[in-house]
Design a binder for this molecule. Sequence first.
Ligand code: PLP
Length: 352
Amino acid sequence: MSKFWSQVVRELEPYVPGEQPQIDGLIKLNTNESPYPPSPNVINMMSQDAIDRLRLYPDPNSKKLKQTIANYYSIQPEQIFVGNGSDEVLALVFMAFFQQDKALLFPDISYSFYPAYCKLFKINYNTVPLRDDFTIDFADYPNTNGGIIFPNPNAPTAIGKPLADIETLLQRNTDSVVVVDEAYVDFGGETAVHLINKYPNLLIIQTLSKSRALAGMRVGLAAGNALLIEALDRVKNSFNSYPIDRLAEAATIAAFEDDSYFKHCRDKIVTTREWTTKELEQLGFSVLPSQANFVFAKPAQNNAAELAQKLREHKILVRHFTAPRINQFLRITVGTDEQMQRLVEVLKSFAL
Ligand SMILES: Cc1ncc(COP(=O)(O)O)c(C=O)c1O
């Protein structure tokens, strides 16, 4: 704390991301990155010519990238917004839509960046408890609200909501913006992206950090009605005109265009997830049904924090959260087959 800090900074409760330690031989299962490299086409985009052009500012509107995403989802480029990671896109969304008199609603167990944005932008919010089985029930979300946001699948539970339930929510909740954060949707969830043509208050957020293996590049996107996108552009252009650099734009286009590589990696991750789930269950863990690239698992001995520490001593990093309802769980990113075999082997050696 310093006397130079503004009141806003004094009151902030910043989000704490999973660690990125530099340890040789580390098996990193703590931040839901892809265990596979990005599409080989991404490397081809990093030509000398592209590097030479780094002296020039990029296209502030990322037109080519928006066209690529529009083609991919069969929507219009005017329905797309891109930013420097979906965290930044989310920050702009909170600023553009959620500074309302009525409270923003999101699940009590959810992406822990949401309350951090609320603090930063002084947004009034209420959390809605997940049901006992850790599912979201939209019946618990009243129509009087300043907006609704939830991840689908939810994080860190990994449990998805069917599209039909999201549509039922949209049919009745017409007076505020509904944001579906689809960071993990590619691993088995159902995207609501096509509903943007039907519901002018729906905004979808996606990231290139998980299923497309570009976490280090920082690219996220929003899809929604053109008027919602215009609002995001207004905020963005009051903040940073060029959130997507030249290399990030080229890499993202390459990643979207290489659909077969994308599907190949995604399918491998899903297969490894199912194997990991069975193995963990055999070791006595309760594993929530996952539609994501991670599993949320509760050890039989209720010693999640201790296990996370012991795994770390064996150079395996997983994520443990201290929030009361979930402090008995570990969030484990799905890595390669070899990484998950090692995880299981080390867990077995603990004689759980
Ligand atoms: C639910 C959810 N939303 C958004 C993000 C942010 O992703 P990024 O900023 O890498 O695009 C994450 C990252 O872990 C996440 O779990």
